[in-house]
Design a protein around this ligand. Structure first.
Ligand SMILES: Cc1cc2nc3c(=O)[nH]c(=O)nc-3n(C[C@H](O)[C@H](O)[C@H](O)COP(=O)(O)OP(=O)(O)OC[C@H]3O[C@@H](n4cnc5c(N)ncnc54)[C@H](O)[C@@H]3O)c2cc1C
Length: 248
């Protein structure tokens, strides 16, 4: 409820970014919904420009990096002034002045948070409604299943990018990154041109916050994570020596 209020925005398009930019000022209280890449990058960008910024979600990046590293990241953000409300979600967004703009967010846990702007960094789903009734078999999470040539279960029908559930390092999963989507396109195009080509990809991505960066290569298969230094230190190490943080 309240998603259509003024100053409530996803961050998906240039217009979204412009609208968010207009809402940022030194008096603003900003609420970010989602504690993964979009939410955390948003929080680090805003924190020195606004009065208050609060992130609602779960432990930051825990799905990508695990809880131990996520907790370190959270502490680091808190040290920079970002507040967190974890393990709850917004229930409704309200304009208490009835002027069509957001002022309050009611959370599922009953708390009420004041907000001049809400940025939503969750909810990416494959846009596959148009395939309903087709012969394509979806994956459990409704992605389009492809083989190592990006072909679906229907001969000569290919799919690529964020919408697919495809081979990655010996298993099948969905990856939502540019480089994977671009590579998918290349492989699919070659196969469509009858040049048999198999996908061999190692996904990688990075995120930047507070002039530092986490870089990630491969696919999460955590056996054991041991944090040996603070996030600030291993982020700096990974930039200055361009090597991954050492983890036992
Ligand atoms: C804010 C944000 C930041 C990001 N930052 C990064 C980053 O730093 N690094 C990174 O690697 N990735 C990042 N990503 C993810 C990256 O954008 C995607 O992985 C990439 O765009 C996927 O490409 P795609 O072609 O599969 O899908 P998209 O780029 O989403 O393109 C799909 C296109 O299909 C159109 N479409 C959808 N349904 C239909 C339909 N039924 N009929 C016709 N057209 C349709 C859509 O309008 C869209 O134009 C980010 C994403 C967001 C939202």
């Amino acid at each position: 409820e309240g998603l259509n209020l003024k100053n409530v925005s996803y961050l998906r398009t240039h217009d979204d970014a412009s609208a968010i930019g207009e809402a940022i000022n030194e008096h603003a209280k900003i609420l970010v919904v989602g504690s993964s890449f979009i939410g955390m990058e948003m929080a680090s960008y805003c924190v020195r420009k606004v009065k208050q910024i609060t992130v609602i979600g779960s432990i930051p990046f825990h799905r990508s990096f695990g809880k131990e590293i996520g907790t370190q990241v959270q502490r680091f953000f808190e040290s920079k002034g970002v507040k967190f409300l974890l393990d709850t979600t917004p229930q409704s967004l309200k304009s208490i002045k009835n002027d069509g703009a957001i002022q309050q967010v009611v959370l599922k846990n009953g708390k009420v948070v004041e907000a001049d702007a809400v940025v939503i960094g969750i909810g990416v789903l494959p846009s596959v409604e148009f395939l309903k009734g087709s012969q394509l078999l979806p994956s459990e999470n409704n992605y389009i299943v492809v083989d190592e040539r990006m072909q679906t279960n229907v001969k000569d029908v290919y799919a690529v990018g964020d919408a697919v559930f495809g081979p990655v390092l010996g298993t099948k999963t969905n990856i939502g990154h540019w480089q994977v989507a671009q590579y998918h396109g290349k492989v699919a195009a070659k196969n469509m041109l009858l040049k048999p080509t198999v996908l061999h990809t190692v996904p990688f991505f990075w995120t930047r916050f507070f002039n530092m960066s986490i870089r990630y290569v491969g696919r999460k298969e955590w056996v054991k994570v041991k944090v040996t230094s603070s996030v600030a230190v291993w982020c700096k190490v990974s930039i200055s020596r361009t090597e991954l943080p050492k983890m036992g």
